[in-house]
Structures are given as structure tokens and as C-alpha cells.
Design a protein around this ligand. Structure first.
Ligand SMILES: C[S@@+](CC[C@H](N)C(=O)[O-])C[C@H]1O[C@@H](n2cnc3c(N)ncnc32)[C@H](O)[C@@H]1O
Length: 285
């Protein structure tokens, strides 16, 4: 039985590692260190030095609670309530998809082409793309659209915490956006097929919203709609930056060209996978 008396760092780390090991979490000591350092905003090295230092009772309680949740399969970002995205620290919980590292590259690709004027992030989730573009670009206006009210509530929490100038809009893809009004649209839409979603790791299916991940039997429903709808909300010459499934990037590029987009290009993510489509609105209707 666990004692309520203060524990040393070394003893507590061993206890937390053992709980994660018993739950089958890979590399349990490393994971216990990650939970500890991220929950308490400390460097892992700070946890490891002075192993005989006693840990305060409240901290022991908080760490045991966090490790219990992690052992139950909950993602670390939900357990700590925080996720890093580029240079921002955002709130993360069940309301929206946890931002993935590969999505960060979309910001660089868009900012290399356009950094002023009016822009929109369609399918903003917790707001990672819109908030990064607002912070790193020089846009006059940044809009962020999502159909999910819980996701928008998380985006609003992040917006307020960062004091960002982003206008949040609830609606179906481009429906809340005015025609010919934007210089840039960025989007990381849901893009898995129903079969791919069914075979995802159970921890993703249990903790993250399906509506953020799956998009029809072929995974392309939202992507194709975006290729169609963003052509009318962008100004002539405006840029579209889309995250796509790497197995369908060439197919999406083909669809974009067939719909009249110009300067269509596929770019690789940090893992070398074909992950982003950039395209420009042409002058023809
Ligand atoms: C893959 S998540 C991306 C979230 C965030 N932008 C990111 O990159 O982490 C897709 C988002 O699109 C939203 N979404 C799905 N279908 C939508 C629709 N028809 N209209 C607006 N948003 C939609 C989901 O609610 C979800 O927040």
C-alpha cells in the first residue's frame, strides 16, 4: 500500500515507472519522466538530480493522478492539459484534435508566400494554425472556422490566453466566409478513410474526436469540398495551403489541377512524407 508520508524523488520515480510498466506502457521510466517534467514544467534533468530530495505531498498526489490517467491510455497532452505547437503553448483536451508536429510545417509554407492581408483557417480545432499565423505573420485579419462547438470553445480559450486577434466562426467549411475576400486559406481537414479510422490505435479513437479525423469512405470528402469552395472565397492569386494524407497527395494535386488551381505543388513534411498541397487561385472562374 502507498504511504502518505513524503517520498524521495528517486522512490517516487520508481513507483510511477512501475505503475506505467504494469499497464504495459512502453519505456515506462522515460514516460514517467515525461509526465513529471511536463506536468510540473521542469526539465527531465531537474527531476533526476538530488534523488534523495523529498517531494511535497501535493506534488506526489498530482503526479500519481497524472500517471494513473496515462496508465489508462489517456494522451499526455490531455493529462497535462498542454501541447506545444511551434512557439505557442496551447490548451489541449478532449474537445479538439491534439495538434501534430507535422502540421507545423504548413505555417512556414504559407508564410513564405503570403503574410499580409486577410486569411482564414478552415477546420481550426483548438486554433493552432490560426493562432500561429496570427502570431508570426502580419495579417490584417485572421478568421478561424470550425463546425464543432467544443473545438471552438477550446480555440477561444487559447485565443484569450494568448491575447490573439483571431475571429472565430462556427460553420460548415467555407460557408461563413465571404466571396473573393481572402488572400490565404489554410486547412488541415479530416482526411482518413472510414477503414483507416477503424484500424487506428484505440487510444486515438477513444480520446480524440472522430469528426476531426475521418472524412467519408475515401477520406477525400472534406479535401475535395475545400478545393471547390475555397476557389470562391479567395481573391484571384490567393493561396491555399492544405494538409493532405500522404498516400493521397498525388490524387489531390490531380484534382486541384483539374479544378483550375495553378502553381499546384506537393511538399514533404518533417518525416519526408508528401503532406502539404500549395496552390493558387487562377483568374478563370
Ligand atoms: C484534422 S482536425 C484539425 C484541427 C487543427 N486545425 C489542427 O491542425 O490540429 C480537423 C478539424 O476540422 C473540423 N471540421 C470537420 N468537418 C468540418 C466542416 N464540415 N466544417 C468545418 N470544420 C470541420 C473538425 O471539427 C476539426 O476540428
Amino acid at each position: 500500500m502507498r504511504s502518505d508520508v513524503a517520498l524521495s524523488r528517486r522512490a517516487l520515480l520508481a513507483e510511477l515507472s512501475a505503475e506505467l510498466a504494469a499497464a504495459g506502457v512502453p519505456q515506462p521510466r522515460r514516460e514517467a519522466l515525461r509526465v513529471w517534467s511536463q506536468l510540473l514544467a521542469a526539465l527531465p534533468a531537474e527531476v533526476l538530480v538530488d534523488g534523495e530530495t523529498q517531494v511535497e505531498h501535493d506534488t506526489v498526489h498530482a503526479l500519481r493522478g497524472a500517471v494513473r490517467r496515462r496508465a489508462g491510455g489517456e494522451p499526455l497532452a490531455h493529462v497535462t492539459g498542454r501541447i506545444g505547437f511551434r512557439d505557442l503553448v496551447l490548451t489541449s483536451d478532449h474537445r479538439a484534435l491534439i495538434p501534430r508536429p507535422e502540421t507545423e510545417g504548413l505555417v512556414d509554407l504559407l508564410l513564405a508566400r503570403v503574410r499580409t492581408g486577410r486569411a482564414a483557417d478552415v477546420g481550426t480545432g483548438g486554433g493552432c494554425l490560426a493562432l500561429s499565423l496570427a502570431s508570426e505573420g502580419a495579417f490584417d485579419q485572421m478568421l478561424a472556422v470550425d463546425l464543432s462547438a467544443p473545438a471552438l470553445a477550446q480555440a477561444e480559450q487559447n485565443r484569450v490566453a494568448l491575447g490573439a486577434r483571431v475571429r472565430l466562426l462556427r460553420g460548415d467549411l467555407c460557408a461563413p466566409l465571404r466571396s473573393d475576400s481572402l488572400d490565404a486559406v489554410v486547412s488541415n481537414p479530416p482526411y482518413l478513410t472510414e477503414a483507416e479510422y477503424a484500424s487506428l490505435d484505440p487510444s486515438v479513437k477513444r480520446w480524440e474526436p472522430a469528426s476531426a479525423l475521418v472524412s467519408g469512405p475515401d477520406g477525400l470528402r472534406a479535401t475535395v469540398r475545400l478545393l471547390q469552395e475555397t476557389r470562391s472565397v479567395l481573391r484571384v492569386g490567393g493561396w491555399l495551403a492544405l494538409e493532405v494524407d500522404c498516400t493521397r497527395a498525388a490524387a489531390v494535386a490531380g484534382q486541384a489541377a483539374a479544378l483550375g488551381w495553378v502553381d499546384v505543388a506537393i511538399h514533404a513534411d518533417l518525416f519526408g512524407r508528401e503532406r502539404y498541397l500549395l496552390a493558387r487561385r487562377s483568374a478563370q472562374p
